[in-house]
Ligand binder design. Structure first.
Ligand SMILES: [Cu+2]
Length: 149
């Protein structure tokens, strides 16, 4: 073994020993279980449109945006706009006891609530018979957060 190889081996062993020492010192460090900072509730404002469009000669309705995301504890201000120029629609978010039976064409209504429980909740149109695809007029509210113990 040449002088160069011996030197390289010695450097390798020294680096390995240093890494091992750092590892052992680090054993005393315990990271917190959750590194995420606590979330401060913030007012979340959304404009939620019920849009109407044609597929062929068939009218189709959907919510825009189809998904709303908030943090648990956030107060939510939800302006629901019926952008269908021809017929009334409603709004229902059953998990939070919110229901607007009917919003006239082109009109809006504002709802305020607190997103208290984490989870994924569906909302939809509350006006049965508004259109052929009434049952498909659904969107979702995602409430982020840890489920309380
Ligand atoms: Cu509807």
């Amino acid at each position: 073994m040449g002088q160069r190889a011996v030197t390289a081996s010695a450097v390798f062993v020294a680096v390995l020993a240093t890494a091992a020492a750092i590892y052992l010192v680090d054993q005393g460090y315990r990271p917190p279980i959750s590194a995420a900072p606590p979330v401060t509730p913030e007012i979340r404002r959304f404009d939620l449109y019920l849009h109407a469009f044609e597929v062929g000669d068939r009218p189709v309705y959907h919510w825009m945006p189809p998904t709303l995301v908030v943090n648990a504890g956030d107060p939510v201000m939800l302006r629901v706009i019926n952008a269908d120029p021809d017929s009334a629609h409603g709004f229902a978010l059953g998990a939070f006891n919110l229901a607007v039976p009917s919003i006239p064409p082109g009109q809006a209504t504002t709802l305020r609530f607190r997103a208290t429980r984490p989870g994924v909740y569906h909302f939809g149109c509350a006006l049965t018979g508004c259109a052929a695809d009434h049952a498909s007029q659904v969107g979702q509210l995602v409430v982020l957060g840890d489920t309380p113990p």
